[in-house]
Ligand binder design. Structure first.
Ligand SMILES: *Cc1c(COP(=O)(O)O)cnc(C)c1O
Length: 366
């Protein structure tokens, strides 16, 4: 059996008529940039996140970069970032010339909130970037209060957590701005790149609208240095179509996660499912605790099951951040997790027989 890590081909085959009809609509009206599909997606994102504004841009990376700029992060400012995440959670900080301050993870995978609070109380920190890793929304209400008390900006990197819920909270409730990604690997992926910022701040909205198109204001005057980071009408329409499918797709991923969880045991640890949380399972990352992650990965690969590793190195060990000379002994959890984590295939198009095969193959290691 061949079980690739993603099956966008299968997703397309299942929804070909709808997707081709979207292409036909956009190509026929011809407003391929700044079309009504972009406004429609922005309204939809604001509705989902009950935020005042949503501003689409060309990637999740730009979304975070623009959020940092519009909230006033400047060169040399210190910004707290996770040590376990995708590179784009930290690279926009480097792009500004600001200084990343890494924090350790917890065994729930996200940044250690107690450690963040300790740092913002004692150091001169401008901003915190918190990542809702793998699609689990973390309750940031207490952290956000602490940030406000200490005059620190809080940005949620929600690239992996579109539609995730924690109790009464959704993405954007406990921060100054939250960012989204519509990279093809994400749960509502474009056929290309895409991102968005959600915020209640009129100032942030106005700044990002300028930044995403050459610094141009509403009178068509080029008032500051900007970029070209527009989302195309076609991608906006496709993303909105996928968002309509999202609750159905999320339920399927939750079903797969439960099946994995119920069969995983001994020295493989599956993520906990928490009652109050709707985890959207952008990733399903298990921990191989017996120093056997690469062995398990290779054996699954021999059986036709493709897995991936998110992430193989702590961010501070990537060459672009090596100059900060971070003391690894301060990050025991991240160091351990990067040797243990293994992501299993999880997507709505997985067949029951394929899920069973993954479960059966994994049981050989338990
Ligand atoms: C994907 C991702 C990004 C970047 O989004 P792009 O759309 O690929 O630029 C940022 N942060 C996290 C956590 C991501 O997973």
């Amino acid at each position: 059996m061949k079980i690739p890590f993603m099956r966008l081909d299968r997703q397309y085959a299942l929804h070909k008529d709808e997707i081709l009809s979207i292409c036909d609509t956009v190509f026929s009206h011809g407003r391929v940039l700044q079309g009504k599909e972009v406004d429609s997606l922005e309204n939809k994102l604001s509705e989902i996140h009950r935020s005042k504004h949503s501003i689409t841009v060309n990637s999740g990376t730009d979304a975070l970069y623009f959020a940092l700029l519009s909230l006033g992060v400047l060169p040399s400012d210190k910004v707290i970032v996770p040590s376990l995440s995708f590179i784009a959670s930290a690279s926009p900080i480097e792009r500004i010339g600001a200084v990343p301050v890494f924090v350790d993870s917890t065994f729930e995978y996200h940044s250690d909130i107690d450690q963040i609070i300790k740092i913002i109380r004692t150091e001169d920190i401008k901003c915190v970037v918190f990542v809702h890793l793998y699609g689990e929304l973390v309750d940031l209400s207490y952290l956000y209060e602490e940030c406000k008390k200490n005059d620190v900006i809080l940005i949620e990197d929600g690239a992996q957590a579109l539609g995730a819920v924690n109790g009464d909270y959704i993405l954007g409730d406990n921060s100054d701005a939250a960012t989204l990604s519509f990279d093809p690997m994400k749960i509502a992926g474009a056929y290309g790149s895409g991102g968005a910022v959600i915020t209640n701040s009129d100032h942030v909205k106005q700044e990002i609208i300028r930044l995403r198109y050459h610094g141009r204001d509403e009178n068509r005057i080029y008032v500051n240095l900007g970029y070209n980071s527009q989302m195309s009408s076609l991608q906006a329409a496709i993303i909105e179509f996928k968002i309509k499918k999202m609750s159905e797709w999320t339920n399927k991923r939750i079903g797969i996660a439960r099946k994995y969880k119920s069969h995983i045991s001994s020295d493989i640890i599956a993520p906990e499912e928490n009652n109050n949380i709707t985890h959207v399972y952008h990733k399903y990352a298990i921990r191989c605790t017996n120093n056997n992650r690469d062995e398990i990965k290779n054996k699954l690969s021999d059986l036709g099951i493709q897995t991936m590793i998110h992430y193989r190195k702590p961010l501070y060990s990537e060459p672009i951040f090596e100059s900060y000379n971070v003391d690894k002994s301060q990050f025991p959890v991240t160091e351990k997790l990067t040797n243990e984590l293994l992501s299993l295939p999880i997507y709505p198009e997985l067949l029951d027989s394929e899920v069973d095969f993954v479960v059966e193959s994994l049981s050989r290691f338990s």
